[in-house]
Design a protein around this ligand. Structure first.
Ligand code: SF4
Ligand code: SF4
Ligand code: SF4
Length: 256
């Protein structure tokens, strides 16, 4: 990283802008960060956009079009460190809900001129195309986690994201488990990092931080069914923001 103020760029790919907005919504924290960094490119926040190279690039969104692939490669070439922010960038996000289906059939159903679209058959996370140095989960990304990461990078410290599942966050926060009170919750299979926001509001986690790689989805599915959730509700929960592989119990008729 350069001796002068590190140059930061913020990029958007296929996404809803929510992760960039959560950065902007951090108000004073962003201004503090701006004093320590040179925000050289952030189209959502400023009309002043300066060319690279950049020390750190924060990248929101998934890769969903042929143009996305080429632009992401250019961003990678210009960036010292590339940080994927949010569910779209780290897992494909909402765009990737089309992946198990025939995307072209959806295009024909929704758009009068689907031939004008240049979307890929699947939406994929950044790491499927380029090297990603750090990844922050969440839909949207947690602004506090992002600021901690940037502070660590500025100080030259190792930046480790929170490990374990939302259940770990839940215990640390001292919340009473909603699942033992009968409310289905995806927390046991979902990345920690949000501070167990939803159980803290007495509702089940719906998985916005994405599934852990070694998650036992079938054990969780069995517990949901024991609590009276229908296979359809389970399927919708597992395919709401991320496409979590469905356990056998969730494969049932659409009417269930
Ligand atoms: S992760 Fe969620 S909030 Fe962030 S850009 Fe994607 S859809 Fe929007
Ligand atoms: S409420 Fe959900 S996240 Fe919290 S301990 Fe229970 S199952 Fe885990
Ligand atoms: S509890 Fe689950 S759904 Fe709620 S913010 Fe955390 S990861 Fe997202």
């Amino acid at each position: 990283m350069s001796a002068v103020r590190p140059r930061l760029a913020v990029w958007k790919f296929s996404s809803c802008d929510g992760c960039q907005l959560s950065l902007l919504a951090s108000h004073g924290d962003l201004l503090q960060m701006a004093q320590a960094m040179d925000i050289a490119y952030f189209a959502e926040a400023s009309s002043s956009m300066r060319d690279g190279p950049y020390d750190i690039s924060l990248v929101e969104g998934s890769v969903s079009t042929t143009a996305d692939v080429q632009r992401l490669q250019r961003v990678r070439e210009q960036s010292g460190l590339l940080v994927a922010i949010g569910a779209c960038a780290t897992g494909g996000g909402i765009q990737a809900l089309r992946n198990p289906d025939d995307a072209q059939a959806w295009e024909r159903a929704v758009y009068p001129r689907p031939q004008w679209l240049h979307s890929l058959p699947t939406a994929t996370p950044l790491h499927a195309h380029v090297q990603v140095d750090h990844a922050l989960q969440g839909c949207p990304v947690d602004a506090g986690q992002l600021q901690q990461l940037l502070a660590a990078l500025l100080a030259g410290r190792r930046a480790e994201p929170a490990g374990g599942s939302v259940c770990m966050d839940c215990k640390v926060a001292g919340h009473v488990c909603v699942m033992v009170q009968g409310e289905p919750c995806l927390g046991p299979i979902i990345h920690a990092g949000c501070g167990a926001l939803c159980p803290g509001l007495r509702r089940g986690c719906y998985g916005c931080f994405g599934p852990l790689p070694d998650a036992s989805t079938s054990a969780l599915a069995a517990q949901w069914l024991r609590l009276g959730a229908s296979p359809r509700r389970l399927r919708l929960a597992l395919h709401s923001i991320h496409v979590v592989p469905l356990p056998a119990d969730a494969h049932a008729s659409p009417e269930d």
